[in-house]
Design a protein around this ligand. Structure first.
Ligand code: ZN
Length: 344
């Protein structure tokens, strides 16, 4: 599981450019599932079992990223962001531009602090003032490298182990969920009905992959597996998020103060009872910001009772997200146990 997460976090897939991850998920699912397919949007859909009820579990493959917008005469590359960034986290980072000729390394440049006015230093830097420097002298050199308008860009960040079974990487949101799906399908043995594990595309830009997959699969029950914000570090008060890293999977009741998912209470009761029965630690959460694939699955078709399971992750939507491997393992255990017990 450790190796799987490392591999997945070091892969690259801005929204709409999830190919590398989709290829990998296809191969992993093939090892344990009855059927694996890729739909027209590039969602990877793995199936195990037959008949009712139909469970649809999702984790998204995309990570927040950028796209080349303009190359100037001096060889600097300007970009747009895709997905929800706090823009100062983009400044002075190493990035990779994914071109048809391969990966090109660069950095996000900006004005150095030495020549900023005092007032400027106090303001948060915005993405539209940043550019990418690949070392080229002019526009021609950039084009000769194979870079063109529309190429996706992601952070260049290594996966690393921290103390106490914790890890840091980019894209833990939501490659941790992808790991849960792979392991879940591998470990799931005796259950009733059909389980679809769907690795979705374009979650970060409006839950788009999950929307078309739910239309196709007509599930009876939807569960999104994504990351959730803990409130156990400086800068957040516990009353805003009582979630703790290492405290176990999070059963979510409400996302984004009701603008997102309002989870089905019966599904949450089933998950909580299973967790208690198997002595798996878990946490419960009512959110005021952020949405997951479950928010679109539950209003698809004629309505699909759904919930969202969160893996606690600190500093999400930055290149230094932090998660606990224990939480990921307990999320897998909870879902395997719940599906084998069955939802009635
Ligand atoms: Zn996510």
């Amino acid at each position: 599981m450790k190796e799987l997460l490392k591999k997945l976090c070091e892969m690259h897939g801005a929204p709409g450019y999830e190919d590398e991850i989709a290829d990998f998920m296809m191969e992993e699912f093939k090892k344990s599932c009855d059927k694996v397919e890729r739909d027209r949007m590039d969602n990877v859909i793995a199936k195990k079992g037959e008949g009712k009820p139909i469970y649809m579990l999702t984790a998204h493959m995309d990570e927040i990223g950028f796209v080349v917008k303009y190359i100037d005469e001096k060889g600097f590359i300007w970009f747009v962001t895709i997905g929800g960034f706090y823009e100062p986290t983009i400044s002075n980072r190493r990035v990779i531009i994914h071109t048809s000729k391969g990966k090109i390394f660069g950095v996000t440049g900006m004005k150095p602090p030495h020549i900023m006015e005092e007032e400027e230093k106090k303001k948060a830097v915005v993405a539209k003032e940043m550019f990418i420097d690949v070392g080229a002298k002019n526009k021609k050199e950039v084009i000769n490298l194979g870079i063109k308008i529309g190429d996706p860009i992601t952070f260049d960040q290594k996966y690393e182990f921290l103390h106490d079974n914790k890890v840091t990487a980019k894209a833990i949101d939501d490659r941790a969920g992808c790991v849960v799906l792979i392991e879940l399908m591998k470990r799931l043995k005796k259950f009733k009905g059909t389980v679809y594990a769907v690795a979705t595309v374009q979650e970060e830009v409006g839950l788009k992959g999950a929307q078309v997959a739910a239309f196709k699969l007509k599930p009876d029950i939807g569960i999104a597996i994504d990351v959730c914000i803990p409130g156990d570090h400086p800068g957040i008060e516990e009353k805003h998020s009582p979630i703790k890293l290492g405290g176990g999977p999070i059963i979510e009741y409400i996302e984004a103060s009701g603008k997102g998912l309002i989870a089905d209470p019966k599904i949450n009761k089933w998950l909580e009872e299973t967790a208690n029965k198997y002595k798996i630690p878990f946490q419960t959460y009512v959110g005021s910001a952020g949405m997951t694939d479950a928010a679109i699955i539950y209003i698809s078709q004629e309505g699909v009772p759904s919930t969202s399971i969160g893996i606690p992750a600190r500093y999400i939507h930055s290149p230094v997200e932090v998660a606990s491997l224990d939480d990921i393992e307990n999320t897998i255990k909870l879902l395997v146990a719940a599906l084998e017990e069955g939802y009635v």
